[in-house]
Each structure stands twice: as C-alpha cells, then as structure tokens.
Design a protein around this ligand. Structure first.
Ligand code: SAH
Ligand code: SF4
Length: 365
C-alpha cells in the first residue's frame, strides 16, 4: 500500500526512513521539502539522491486533501472546502487580521458530540480525519495564500476550532500539532497554536503531557443543568471535573490562562445571573472569556443574543477583572462563521454554478 508521507510527524518519518534503510537526516530533508517548501513532487527534491527518490516514488506519496472550493468573503475571510473522500468534505477558514493570520482547521468530518447549537454536531459523525488531512489543510492554505510582502507565511496562528472535536481524534490531531510546532515544518510557537475542546477531561490530561499548546474550552453554561442540555458531553464530565482539568492543564500550558468560549444564546444562557455564576464557577482558574454571538443555521431553535445584552454580559465579567472579548462575526456571507461549518459538498457544488451576492469565487492556485 502506498504510504502518504503527510501522515508522519518528524519521529514517524524517521522511523519510516529507518525501515527503508535511510538515515534520519534524509527524513529531515524530506520533511523540510514537504512542509517548508510545500513540495509534493519527489523529483523536485534536488538534494535527495536519485535512488532514494525512485524508492520513495515507488512506495510513497505526498497527498493533501483536494480543494473543492475556495471562497473569499467581503471581509477577506477565506473559506476552503476540502474533499476527504466518500462524499465527505471539511472546511477550513482563514481569518486575516492586522497583526496575524489565523487558520481554523477541522479535525473530523462531522462530530459525535451533538452540541445543541452546532451545525457540525447536527450533521452527525462521519469519521476522523487522518493526520495528512489535518495538516494538509495548512499545507494547502499556505500554498493558496502565498507569502506576505515581508516574506512571512500568511498563516501565523492555527486553531483546531473547525469541524469536529480534536480531542476525540487525539493521535492524528497530535501528529498534526507536532508538525505545526516543528522547526523543520511550520515552526509555529506553542502559544500560537490552540486546541478547542468541549471538555473531554481525560484527554485534556493526555494533551497536556503529549503536546501542550494553548487551550480553549467551550463552556457555554455556568451550571451542570444547563450545560447538560447544551453540551451533552457534560453529563459524562461535569463542570467540577472540567474546572479541575483546566487547572491541571495550566501546570504545563504555554500560556498562563485558559480561554473559555461562550456562545451567546438569546434568553438561554445570557442573563446577568448567568454571568455572575460564571465568575463563581471559574474563580480558581486563570482565564479569559471569548463571547461568541450565536451564528444561526437552518433548523436551529436558537437566536443570537442582542448586542446590548452581550455588552452587558461582557461588562459583568470585565468588572470582575476577567479579560473578555466578543468575537467579531466574520465570513457570515460565505457560511464560514463559527458553528456554521457543515461541509456539505453536494449543496456547495450545486450552488457554485451561479453567482451569489457577496461571494467572490477564487480559483485555487
Ligand atoms: N469541538 C470543539 C472545536 C470546534 S467548535 C469545541 O466544541 O470546542 C468551535 C467553537 O464554535 C466552539 O466553541 C463551539 O462551541 C462554537 N460553536 C459551535 N456552534 C456555534 C454556533 N452556531 N454559533 C457560534 N459558535 C458556535
Ligand atoms: Fe462537536 Fe464542538 Fe460542534 Fe460540540 S461544538 S458538536 S464538540 S464541533
């Protein structure tokens, strides 16, 4: 069977090269060609001996997921749709800002955790992405986005916040994370790579030990009764355990706070009292809050909290000394906002034939 070299981190590639009877530095060279130069053609790897190139061509390949569509929103958010086979597609969103460029990467096709307000969850679980499919999103985005005028890569930050629960696909997510951090690959600092989880407590401990990066936790409710409804995994790992896991994580985290994500649902979790209870809940966890105005999708029963309500909610947290940001909703016109990622390849294909106001089709380069 042909081996996809994008499935390996540095250690895995060295082990594979050892099986071929090749030295570790050869693996390092190929790693750099693949991830630093974005090369997928063995023949272009000019400092690799021809005999090794032939061997690799016979046994291996470098195949990222194929770009199905690439759309640019009015606010410059860019959304890539990737075909991952079997009728499944996943989405990746690039969000440029003045001082950074953040790529929001998917880790699963669908998600089994079924949070009440999430379009990915409503779609059900299809399968875990392979490491090649996860890192392949960054590989393809770098290729499509090119370098900035100063020569730096456009993607300076990565968040595993797209479709799926990264900690439910632990091994492949960690392989991809290691490549993001590796100086022979993407060389991002741990502080610029964030995993977002809905709270798989035992796996948070594993991540801390295997590959600590910045952590975001999807909180969404200040008490177990409400969180059980909104984030069903809470029935297995309730808030007390989740807060303790956050504290344990911080012992090894590259940042000294956890980011709590909190989707603002009108009349559901957005009262002053909810905010005050959040303060009590998170008393012992150094944290920041990121409020996410709910992004509606067809068939969802929720409404977004009105802006004054979100401002008041943020104020209560900030008056208690907690840094609180409200996520600017971006890319809405191309369904690229948080929780809108559904990766319906068939729908998108049907739509792509006609012009849609506010969407500029971008050809992949
Ligand atoms: N599974 C992980 C990461 C992917 S979801 C997690 O749940 O953390 C990324 C973020 O988007 C989470 O905070 C999630 O709660 C939020 N989200 C999901 N659906 C949303 C929606 N419809 N509107 C706004 N945010 C949403
Ligand atoms: Fe899965 Fe995260 Fe959506 Fe919940 S919010 S269903 S964990 S992707």
């Amino acid at each position: 069977m042909t081996v996809n070299l994008l499935d390996f981190d540095a250690a895995g590639l060295s082990a594979y090269f050892a099986e071929l009877g090749e030295k570790p530095f050869r693996a390092r060279q190929v790693l750099r060609w693949m991830h630093r130069s974005g090369q997928s053609d063995f023949d272009a790897m000019t400092d690799i001996a021809r005999s090794l190139r032939e061997k690799l061509k016979a046994e291996a390949e470098i195949v990222p997921p194929a770009v199905v569509s690439d759309k640019l929103s009015d606010d410059c958010t860019r959304k890539f749709l990737f075909d991952v086979g079997g009728g499944n597609a996943v989405e990746t969103v690039f969000i440029p800002e003045d001082d950074r460029g953040t790529l929001c990467v998917s880790t699963q096709a669908g998600c089994a955790l079924d949070c009440a307000f999430c379009s990915t969850g409503k779609q059900g679980f299809n399968r875990n992405l392979t490491a090649a499919e996860i890192i392949g999103q960054l590989w393809q985005a770098n290729r499509a986005l090119g370098a900035r005028p100063d020569g730096e890569r456009a993607v300076s930050n990565v968040v595993l916040m797209g479709m799926g629960e990264p900690l439910a696909n632990f091994d492949n997510s960690v392989t991809a994370l290691r490549l993001m951090l590796d100086d022979n690959a993407y060389g991002l600092s741990r502080r610029r790579v964030t995993v977002s989880t809905s709270g798989l407590v035992p796996v948070m401990d594993r991540l801390r030990d295997a590959c600590p990066v910045a952590l975001a936790v999807s909180l969404h409710a200040p008490d177990d009764g409400l969180r059980d409804e909104l984030v069903p995994i809470n029935r297995k790992y309730p808030l007390r355990e989740l807060m303790a896991a956050c504290q344990r994580y911080l012992e090894k985290a590259p940042r000294d706070f956890v980011t709590f994500e909190y989707v603002m649902l009108d009349g559901v979790n957005d009262s002053d009292e909810h905010a005050r209870r959040l303060l009590r809940l998170t008393r012992d966890v150094p944290c920041k809050f990121n409020l996410i105005p709910f992004n509606p999708f067809p068939g969802s029963p929720f409404r977004r909290s009105p802006s004054p309500r979100i401002r008041r909610f943020a104020e209560i947290l900030m008056n208690a000394g907690i840094v609180t940001t409200t996520r600017k909703t971006r890319g809405e016109d191309i369904d690229a906002a948080c929780g809108q990622l559904a990766g319906q390849v068939r729908d998108k294909t049907r739509r792509s034939g006609r012009p849609v106001i506010g969407i500029h089709e971008v050809r992949s380069q």
